[in-house]
Design a protein around this ligand. Sequence first.
Ligand SMILES: [Zn+2]
Length: 200
Amino acid sequence: MKPLFLGSHPALDFLNTRPTPRGAPIELVGDGTSFAAWLDDARLLPATTASALKRRFGAAALDEAAAEARDLREWARDWIARWRDAPGGAYKTELRRLNQLMARARCYPELVITKDAGFQLTDRWRIDSADELIAVVAAQIASLVATEEPALVKRCAGPGCTLWFVDRTKAHSRLFCSATVCGNRAKVAAFRERQRGGGD
Ligand SMILES: [Zn+2]
């Protein structure tokens, strides 16, 4: 199974790298190679590629970085759920953890040309070792809680689905990770329910 990018935010796409499509969890960043590929697919390190990361840092160091990222992911899943329900909390310990991880790598500003020939000032990461990669993921989690509306950070309403997303619909009515998967499944279930003469 390939990682899904339907969370509308990289932090949630990262949480979604352990989906439960048939009830049992599937690990999608189980080693350094898949973690590097995820960073590449998520375009969080635009100046490099997964294979370049592997050549530079070696498989063993990337494996360690992936293990640390998985720990961060499970911790973040729990914290994001708590933050969403109680956004006014102080969360000092959580902030300290994220800030420590972000401080591992250096970030510098870069002026780039956009698709429509305008300028944009962006942050670039300077990654000198594999253990600094986690700063990039931690920064996405920090960006989520700093910029998104807690009530719009949602978990899919599909039965048994554990995927997260930011609801960017105008009406704030997004219920499912994917209309074609969980949305359809819910429609079929409702249809069967009506056919059985159930429903209310
Ligand atoms: Zn779903």
